[in-house]
Structure formats: structure tokens, C-alpha cells
Design a protein around this ligand. Structure first.
Ligand code: NAP
Length: 316
């Protein structure tokens, strides 16, 4: 007689995709990524009874705002890198992960490198040259153009690598002490004082809001350019406009704003020294982000630690 074989099969999870507007993009990519991760039998739904849900794939635009009834949910998996619109939700007690997506990182590197080169090479002088002025002034080499990046996380450090590969001397500043980087108020002052081009890639938290105020903008070298693909709230808008008007800041290229879409009457739209890009620096890409989501669900099922877990105290 054959021994009875115990049924060791782990029950397959129920995954709620809670962002109806994004479902068409993920309808094929997420099942494919789940299959790659060995959890093809998972139940992937766009509606479910809260008590049946093991994982929630989430974005702030989701109609789901009350997480309290999701009593068996092991994790809320955010599709965006920034979590400021969800991290403070008092009903959210489940672990929260944020998106670190190779496709998103690639996009951010391209946006930052492209706009850095625009300012470094003074491209506008030649592209917008209505008077047909023959000005043979050569731009300096990248090695002579110091760049500072505030926020050296997944995105900031990838941008630093790409800029260094082009010979830009890059100074990085972040919250915690790390080799080869600056931190703290003293470090910030030093990082700002050399930045001919400043890139802000910090998350929005109570500590980073209005980080670039009038006093700190004044520390930048005369004529510095600012690229902000981080969050609008990092910069005191009035202080930036004033610094642009007096010529202390030479140019600002801004991708993110306190209010989005940027209201039509906002002075940034018409300012001659501001370029507005409409929050397009880096999008989460469905194919690569589906793999990140699937890997985290695999980890949750295997009892392994989640990737990219958000620290609620820090706010990012
Ligand atoms: P991340 O990996 O969490 O990195 C955040 C960095 O900011 C870390 O280096 C962190 O320091 C630093 N930081 C946080 N608080 C700080 C503080 N108070 N003082 C100094 N440094 C501080 O985040 P990420 O993936 O690189 O993303 C960064 C931000 O980019 C996101 O939060 C989001 O706002 C923005 N974003 C924008 C777009 C777009 O399309 N425009 C797309 C994606 C993301 P430690 O290393 O010491 O922790």
C-alpha cells in the first residue's frame, strides 16, 4: 500500500489590481510576470471581497482608500516610486512597498542627462537664435561643470553614474552618511555651493518640503541651473521665481509641481527662464514593473522579506 502523500501545495494568493484606469496596461504583463515568478495560478482580479485579498497592487489614483477591511492582506504594492499620497493613510497598517523599476530608472536617467546636457552645452543659444548671431564661444567640458544631486537613492545614484560616465564631477547628498557622499545641513551647504547644475531627486516628506528655500537657493553659484524631477514641494516656488528674476538662478527645468496639472495662470508657464515638462521624467513601465510586483508576491508567499519596503517613520 502506498504511503499517503501529504498535500504540501501552498494556496495560491488572491491579488487585487486596485487601479482600474491602469488595468488595460497590466492585463497581459502582470499574468506573464506572475507566470515567470512561478505563481501562474494566482487569482488576479480587479474586484474582490476585502477578506479574500492577499496582495493589493496600488496607485494613489485608486478608488480604494480604506485598507482596514483587508484583514488578510500581506502587502500593498505601490506602482509609483513616490509614496507621499499613501504613506500617511491611517487605515493602512499592512506593509507598503514602493516601485523601483528598471524601466522607470532608465527614463529618469535619460531625462536628467538630456536636460543636463541642454544646460551644459547652452543648446538654447543656437536652437533659439532669431538674430542669427555668430557666437563662437565654446562650452566648457563636462569635467569642468560640477553637478550636485540631492537624493542619492535608486534614481539619484543611477543619474550620478550616467553623468559621471560623461565626466561630470557629481556631488551627491542624502539623509544618511555614506562613503563618497555628503549628508546633513553642513553637507547640504557644501553640495549647493559648488552646483552649477542642481538635480533634486528627493522624496516629498515633512523634512524635505521647501528644502530649497531662499537661503539655500542663495548658496548656489551665480547662474546655476536647477532640474527638479523629484517633487514640486521640494522648492519654495516664490523663492525660486525671485532668484530667477534677479538672475541668481540662470534657469529651472521643472517636471513636478505642487498642483498638477500646473494651473494655466502659474508664473512658471510664462517665465522666460523656466521649462515646464508635465511630470514625464520617468513613468513606471508595465513590463518591468510587473516583474517587480510578481517578485514581491513570490517573496511574500515564500516568507521572504519584501523588496523596497517603505519606512513609515521616514515617509519614503
Ligand atoms: P529612494 O531610493 O527612496 O531615494 C531617496 C533619496 O532621498 C535617498 O538617497 C534618501 O537618503 C534621500 N533623502 C530622503 N529624505 C532625505 C532628507 N530629509 N535629507 C536628505 N536626503 C534625503 O527614491 P527614488 O526611487 O530615488 O525616488 C526619488 C523620488 O523621485 C521619488 O520619491 C519621487 O518623488 C520622484 N520621482 C519622480 C518621477 C517623475 O516622473 N518626475 C518618477 C519617479 C520618482 P538615504 O539614502 O540616506 O535614505
Amino acid at each position: 500500500m502506498l504511503d499517503e502523500v501529504p498535500n504540501r501545495k501552498v494556496p495560491m494568493p488572491t491579488i487585487l489590481f486596485a487601479v482600474p484606469a491602469l488595468w488595460p496596461e497590466y492585463r497581459d504583463t502582470l499574468p506573464a510576470a506572475l507566470a515567470e515568478a512561478g505563481i501562474a495560478d494566482a487569482t488576479l482580479v480587479t474586484e474582490a471581497r476585502p477578506e479574500d485579498v492577499d496582495y493589493i497592487v496600488y496607485a494613489p489614483a485608486s478608488p480604494l482608500q480604506d485598507f482596514a477591511p483587508y484583514t488578510r492582506t500581506k502587502a500593498v504594492l505601490n506602482l509609483w516610486a513616490g509614496v507621499e499620497r499613501i504613506v500617511g493613510n491611517p487605515t493602512l497598517t499592512q506593509p507598503l512597498t514602493r516601485m523601483v523599476d528598471p524601466g522607470l530608472t532608465e527614463g529618469m536617467v535619460e531625462w536628467v542627462v538630456g536636460h543636463t546636457l541642454r544646460h551644459h552645452l547652452g543648446m538654447d543659444r543656437h536652437i533659439l537664435n532669431p538674430g542669427h548671431v555668430w557666437d563662437p564661444t565654446c562650452p566648457p567640458l563636462a569635467r569642468e561643470r560640477p553637478v550636485t544631486i540631492l537624493g542619492m537613492g535608486a534614481l539619484g545614484s543611477a543619474c550620478a553614474d550616467a553623468l559621471r560616465a560623461l565626466n561630470f564631477p557629481v556631488t551627491g547628498w542624502s539623509r544618511t552618511e555614506k562613503p563618497g557622499q555628503l549628508h546633513g545641513e553642513h553637507g547640504l551647504r557644501k553640495a549647493l555651493s559648488t552646483a552649477q547644475i542642481l538635480v533634486t531627486l528627493l522624496p516629498k516628506t515633512p523634512e524635505t518640503e521647501n528644502l530649497l528655500n531662499a537661503d539655500r537657493l542663495a548658496l548656489l553659484p551665480q547662474g546655476a541651473a536647477i532640474l527638479n524631477p523629484g517633487r514640486g514641494a521640494l522648492i519654495d516656488d516664490e523663492a525660486l521665481l525671485a532668484a530667477l528674476d534677479v538672475g541668481h538662478i540662470g534657469y529651472a527645468t521643472l517636471d513636478v509641481f505642487r498642483v498638477e496639472p500646473l494651473p494655466q495662470d502659474h508664473p512658471y508657464w510664462s517665465h522666460p527662464k523656466v521649462t515646464v515638462t508635465p511630470h514625464i521624467a520617468a513613468d513606471t513601465r508595465a513590463v518591468t514593473s510587473s516583474r517587480v510586483i510578481a517578485e514581491n508576491i513570490r517573496r511574500g508567499q515564500a516568507g521572504e522579506p519584501f523588496l523596497h519596503l517603505v519606512d513609515r517613520q521616514r515617509g519614503y
